[in-house]
Design a protein around this ligand. Structure first.
Ligand code: F0G
Length: 419
């Protein structure tokens, strides 16, 4: 295996700021990181990555949470609400039932606003402050808007969020609303919202904090670093595979970057990089289509539908970063039905872990790949669950048991319990 996106030990270009710069993944052009606002390459419109002259080793990490990994980030501290340091749960019954050597659940729903987005926002909003912008914006299927609203308000900035009308779970809208975002409900899907917000950002109306923003992915790298440190502590080995839900493929890209940087720093052998395995809902699976067809590019799906509304996305903007990540780590991508997602949500709940539907896709995908023999029984696997159960109370109630009305006296309750 060779990680094609990895370069040799990087050398800082003249426009680097304190050993940090932006680099186009397509043409290699470099840009000063904090002088002007830019999200893609000026020359070829390719995606940008943050690069560092000095890559950290595990010994450089100290403290807890996202900022434990400051040595792998562009700043030493951010606009923080104590994000990261999420649990890596054991799930012995599920592990046995699915039939893998080890299964651990990295529950990102345990972040301050209930999803992994907080890790990206603590860095992204810090960069916004550095750039001196005062209005932040995102398109969102819900979680990004909740995190942006919380971190923006903590950073003293105005926030604007564009949501697909009628397709965002109740908990997420409530969060964005209470944290004071202006919520624009768009008569279109997430991809249409992102098209609009990109145009607003290009016009200087607001600073874009979708995962197209390379600084957000820096914060999300810390999911991969935490998983590796957790496995090394417990098993003295990194996981064979990490299974995660895919929408815009930001996390897939971020984890791949975290691992490439460890390989470059000599901290991880190329052959030990966990196989990145992406899961999408059948009704919104353009990445799976591209992986199955061996395609270089993802074709946008105009019509998408799934009960996992967080990943109801037809145009995964980070695909140019994520496709090599899946392929070069020896991973794969798989689509699962909404029914399988709900079953997996119940399976996790049966181990005490409450997640929203998109999160359960990881476990549904692992089960499917194991049953097809693509995942071996001797594998050590981490599944990422990206958002908390309470994000989508309607989906949880629909998947769970019905409340039973009883009369307001003990005899009536006892009689009811006999039935
Ligand atoms: N899981 C959850 C719960 C999410 O909210 C998202 C993305 C994903 C998975 C997919 O992650 O984009 O990195 O592949 N939610 C975005 C939002 C789109 O607006 O909240 P990805």
């Amino acid at each position: 295996m060779s990680l094609s996106l990895s370069t040799n030990q990087p050398r800082a270009p003249d426009n680097a700021d304190d050993g940090v710069w932006l680099e186009c993944i397509d043409c290699g052009d470099t840009f000063a990181p904090f002088e002007d606002v830019r999200y893609t390459c000026d020359d070829c419109d390719g995606l940008l990555e943050v690069r560092y002259a000095d890559l950290p080793t595990f010994d450089d990490f100290e403290g807890q949470g996202v900022w434990r990994y400051a040595a792998a980030l562009p700043f030493d501290a951010g606009v923080s609400i104590q994000e990261g340091a999420t649990p890596l749960y054991e799930v012995p019954r599920l592990e046995d039932d699915i039939g893998v050597e080890t299964l651990r659940i990295k529950h990102e729903g345990m972040n301050p606003t209930g999803s992994f987005k907080d890790r990206g926002m603590t860095v992204g909003v810090r960069v916004a402050a550095e750039l001196g912008v005062d209005r932040l914006a995102c398109a969102s299927t819900g979680n990004t808007s909740a995190a942006l609203a919380a971190y923006g308000s903590r950073g003293g900035m105005e926030t604007l969020v564009l949501l697909p009308a009628g397709k965002v779970a109740a908990g997420k809208i409530a969060q964005a609303s209470l944290h004071g975002a202006r919520i624009l409900e768009v008569d279109g899907n997430f991809d249409a919202c992102l098209d609009i917000v990109q145009e607003l950002a290009a016009g200087g109306e607001a600073y874009l904090l979708n995962s197209l923003n390379p600084f957000r992915l820096e914060g999300q790298k810390t999911i991969g670093l935490e998983i590796l440190e957790g496995f090394l502590a417990d098993y003295d080995a990194v996981p064979d595979r990490i299974v995660l839900p895919v929408g815009n493929a930001g996390n897939t890209s971020a984890l791949y970057k975290a691992f490439r940087e460890l390989v470059q720093a000599g901290e991880l052998a190329e052959g030990d990089v966990p196989k990145l395995t992406g899961v999408q809902a059948e009704g919104a699976a353009p990445m799976v289509e591209a992986i199955e067809n061996g395609a270089d590019e993802v074709q946008r799906w105009d019509d998408v539908e799934t009960r996992a509304t967080a990943i109801r996305i037809g145009n995964p903007v980070n695909a140019p970063k994520a496709l090599p990540g899946i392929r070069e780590t020896g991973g794969t991508a798989v689509a699962v039905s909404d029914e399988a997602i709900t079953d997996a949500q119940r399976d996790l709940a049966g181990e005490g872990i409450g997640v929203e539907p998109a999160s359960a896709a990881s476990v549904a995908g692992l089960r499917k790949l194991r049953s097809e023999g693509i995942v071996d029984d001797d594998e050590r696997v981490a599944c990422l669950t990206t958002g908390h159960l309470l994000k989508d109370p309607d989906a949880a109630a629909a998947a769970g048991r019905e409340p039973e009305p009883v009369s307001a006296d003990t005899a009536g309750v006892l009689e009811h319990l006999q039935n």
